[in-house]
Every structure is written in structure tokens, then in C-alpha cells.
Design a binder for this molecule. Structure first.
Ligand code: C5P
Length: 239
């Protein structure tokens, strides 16, 4: 497989064409941003850590029957994925109150939610990724009602699988963000990445944060937290 021209550079990844029109080459970067790009930094080794962590999660979810864009890892910082058109919707699933939910609803961070909460956000930097509902999605023609139904159903499935998988590794899945894409034949696939950049992970005993909140809040030991997550995913599970 040949690495072709740069198609797109995002905040955390670069996407290149390949000699197969249905496959693109993803390079994970060390760059880190938060608060809609207002806070910028670099986390040495993050590209490699997130490439590997995302690969582990996508492989696991594929085993569980979830359709994902992931093909395979091709280098420590690079992976091949099926080419999709990303829908401009971020689907967030929450199990424990934190981040913007805690702030918006006045809940204390760490409050367990009695059932998973699914939210959709409009992926638009200029607007600051606003929270939107199905009516907004329909009016803006961001996705069809069937795609919205499928995305929410897949997001809840992903939540059940990852919650269980992580619990066995002594990690609480607080919340996470997913993105979906559509292939040239119209198939909806789970896309983007699943990593400490896009999820909140807490140690189940100490509630220590093992994710990007350490960067957002200048808590230090960011790289070490990502390394600890990879270690737990690679290590034997405590079932
Ligand atoms: O900030 P908020 O609490 O809404 O984030 C919910 C979850 O979605 C967190 O795990 C966060 O890392 C993730 N997220 C993301 N990209 C965004 C917004 C949120 O990965 N643009």
C-alpha cells in the first residue's frame, strides 16, 4: 500500500490517500488541543499511544460485531482505515456526570447516571460544536433519521462493550465521543478514533484521571496517563 497525497489535516491526525480509492492512511499526531482549539500543546508520544489504543478498541469492537472503519495498524503512529465521508455530528455517551454535562445541568462531577445519556453535537468549530437534537439534525440535513437511529444504537452498543471491557481492567468509562462516516456504497461505519483524547477514563479505585482532562486542566503527567491506559489494555484483564 502506497502513501499518497495529504487529503486533510485535523487537530490530531493527518489523512493521506492510498493507491486504493476505498482506503485512506491515517497518521496520528502528538499535537493536542482543547476548548475548541483555544488551548494548544504537544504531548510527546501521544500519536503512537493513540494509534495503538484506538487500534485495540476498534479490533475489539469489530469482534463484537460493530462495523468500524478500521483496517489495520501499519506503523507505530499510522493505521489504514476504510474511506468514509464523516457525518458532521459528534455522538457523546455518558455514564458518569463530568465535563460539559456536569456544568450544564449543575451536577457534581462523579455522579453516577442511572442510565446512559446519549447526546449529539454539531461538528462545527466556528459555532463551538453546539448541542443539537434530532429536529436540528433534520432541519440542517446533517444525517437521515435512519442514520441518526443507527448511530445512537451503535453508540449504546459500543458503550456496553467498552464499559465491560474496561471494568475488567479496573477503568471506569465516564463518557466518550464517537464519529461516524458513510462509505461510497452508503454503509454507516464507526470512524475517527477512540482514545484518551476522546474518552474520559478514571481508575476504578482511586478515580485518577487517565485521559485528556489532565491536559485540559494542566494536571501534569499527561503522557504517563495515556501510557497507563495502553498498559492496561495490553495487560491481562482482571475479570
Ligand atoms: O466536554 P464534554 O463533557 O462534552 O465531553 C464529553 C466527552 O466527549 C469527553 O470524553 C470528551 O473527551 C469527548 N469530546 C471529544 N471531542 C469534542 C468534545 C468532546 O472527544 N469535540
Amino acid at each position: 500500500m502506497e502513501k499518497g497525497q495529504l487529503l486533510y489535516e485535523g487537530k490530531a491526525k493527518k489523512i493521506y490517500a492510498t493507491d486504493d480509492e476505498h482506503v485512506v492512511w491515517v497518521e496520528y499526531k502528538d499535537d493536542a488541543t482543547a476548548f475548541d482549539g483555544k488551548k494548544k500543546g504537544r504531548i510527546g508520544g501521544k500519536g503512537e499511544l493513540n494509534n495503538r489504543i484506538s487500534g485495540i478498541f476498534f479490533n475489539y469492537l469489530a469482534e463484537k460485531g460493530i462495523s468500524t472503519h478500521y483496517v489495520k495498524e501499519i506503523s507505530p503512529t499510522e493505521q489504514l482505515v476504510h474511506r468514509v465521508t464523516i457525518l458532521p455530528i459528534e455522538v457523546v455517551v455518558r455514564n458518569i456526570a463530568a465535563g460539559s454535562l456536569a456544568k450544564r445541568l449543575g451536577m457534581e462531577e462523579g455522579t453516577a447516571l442511572s442510565h446512559a445519556v446519549v447526546e449529539t453535537y454539531y461538528k462545527d468549530d466556528a459555532l463551538g460544536d453546539p448541542l443539537i437534537n434530532d429536529s436540528h439534525i433534520s432541519v440542517l440535513e446533517l444525517a437521515t433519521p435512519e442514520q441518526v437511529r443507527q448511530m445512537k444504537e451503535m453508540a449504546l452498543d459500543v458503550n456496553e462493550h467498552l464499559k465491560q471491557y474496561l471494568r475488567a481492567r479496573n477503568v471506569l468509562l465516564v463518557d466518550f465521543k464517537l464519529e461516524f462516516g458513510v462509505t461510497s456504497s452508503g454503509e454507516l461505519l464507526l470512524a475517527d478514533e477512540i482514545s484518551p483524547d476522546t474518552c474520559r477514563f478514571w481508575d476504578a479505585d482511586t478515580k485518577e484521571k487517565l485521559d485528556k482532562d489532565r491536559f485540559r486542566r494542566d494536571m501534569g503527567n499527561v503522557r504517563e496517563a495515556y501510557e497507563e491506559m495502553l498498559r492496561r489494555l495490553g495487560g491481562p484483564a482482571r475479570v
